[in-house]
Design a protein around this ligand. Structure first.
Ligand SMILES: NC(=O)c1ccc[n+]([C@@H]2O[C@H](COP(=O)([O-])OP(=O)(O)OC[C@H]3O[C@@H](n4cnc5c(N)ncnc54)[C@H](O)[C@@H]3O)[C@@H](O)[C@H]2O)c1
Length: 313
């Protein structure tokens, strides 16, 4: 059996990846390495997947990581593990550097030592920094605004250095904002839904006009899978479905969808270094795949999240 490491597989994107993609690779044993931070989903969600095993551990632990690589001789590593909440990175940046840079470096070192054939790093559009109309290409320089984005940018640069210095086969996907099931309640859309269900105030940063580009998580997982499993695809790939909405548009739509009072939405002091928008040029990935993205439908999304919420009560 072929062995693939999925680090951070219990997080929002990782668990969506496992639920969909492990069935398509029946000849692969997926070993999930996850520290089970507050952001991890309940491991029970993946308990019925036949070709998945869970190892609870930290990517920053050289001992844990190297012994796992020695045992399984992974042919592919897909790294979803990260600290991901921008607000937390403004109050506690050190854990971001530790996991997103040092932890990634441990994975790269183990991959080098044990001859991993392909390494895939899951990254973000936030590494480019704010766009005021410019569509960032994969070759553009990085200009991150938050400690989270800076740690992800450093991670991308480490990957590129391992490609160049050690000739490792590495791909990086930089995607826009994902939405879908199993996202932590700290993130914007789940937070809006949760607050409204509890009749609590919904805080909106600044004037609420900041845009985010919404990508269905399963679309991201499909493209990550296509790129990660293809040994010929390396380097950086932007992923976006080009569906931008402002924070206030999203909050009002969710409010209407739940039949709540719009007065629950309150503007609060803007976040430090809050980027207005991220725009990416996606011609590189479009030249590889003619992929049809899911259209962003707020009613459908809210229903999915509520159904999930009801199940977990
Ligand atoms: N969610 C988005 O909209 C989005 C957009 C673009 C890129 N990304 C990137 O995608 C990746 C996954 O994001 P997500 O939203 O699923 O994150 P998440 O915060 O939901 O999950 C992260 C997972 O990593 C695990 N983890 C954290 N530190 C760890 C460590 N030291 N060792 C082992 N496991 C650890 C957590 O327990 C959790 O299960 C991240 O690299 C993120 O930067 C996310």
């Amino acid at each position: 059996m072929r062995h693939v490491l999925i680090s951070g597989g219990l997080g929002f994107i990782g668990i969506n990846y496992l639920l969909d993609k492990t069935k398509e690779h029946e000849d692969v044993l997926f070993v999930v390495l996850d520290k089970l931070t507050y952001a991890a989903n309940d491991p029970k969600i993946i308990k019925d997947l036949k070709n998945v095993i869970l190892v609870v551990g930290d990517i920053c632990s050289k001992k844990t990581v190297f012994s796992l690589f020695k045992k399984y001789h992974f042919e592919l590593v897909i790294n979803f593990a990260a600290e991901t909440h921008v607000d937390n990175s403004l109050t506690n940046p050190l854990i971001f550097t530790k996991t997103n840079v040092y932890g990634l470096n441990v994975l790269l070192e183990a991959s080098k030592k044990y001859g991993v054939k392909k390494f895939h790093q899951v990254s973000t559009d936030e590494v480019y920094g704010e766009s005021l109309g410019h569509y960032f290409k994969e070759t553009d320089s990085l200009n991150p605004s938050s400690p989270y984005a800076a740690s992800k940018a450093a991670g991308d640069l480490l990957c590129l250095s391992y490609m160049r210095s050690y000739n490792m086969n590495i791909s990086i996907t930089r995607s826009s904002n994902n939405y879908g099931k199993y996202q932590n309640i700290e993130k914007f859309m789940p937070k809006v839904i949760n607050n409204l269900l509890e009749k609590k105030m919904v805080p909106i940063y600044g004037d609420g006009k900041n845009l985010r580009d919404y990508l269905y998580v399963k679309d991201n997982c499909n493209l990550i899978d296509l790129i990660a499993f293809d040994p010929k695809l390396n380097g950086i790939y932007n992923i976006s479905s080009h569906q931008e909405y402002s924070a206030i548009e999203i909050a009002e739509s969710i409010c209407k969808c739940l039949g709540c009072d719009l007065n629950l939405i309150k503007y609060v002091k803007d976040r430090k270094g809050h980027d207005f928008s991220y725009k990416m040029d996606t011609s590189k990935i479009e030249s590889l795949f003619s992929y049809k993205f899911q259209e962003f439908n707020i009613n459908q999304y809210v229903q999915e999240v509520i159904n999930e919420h009801i199940k977990s009560i």
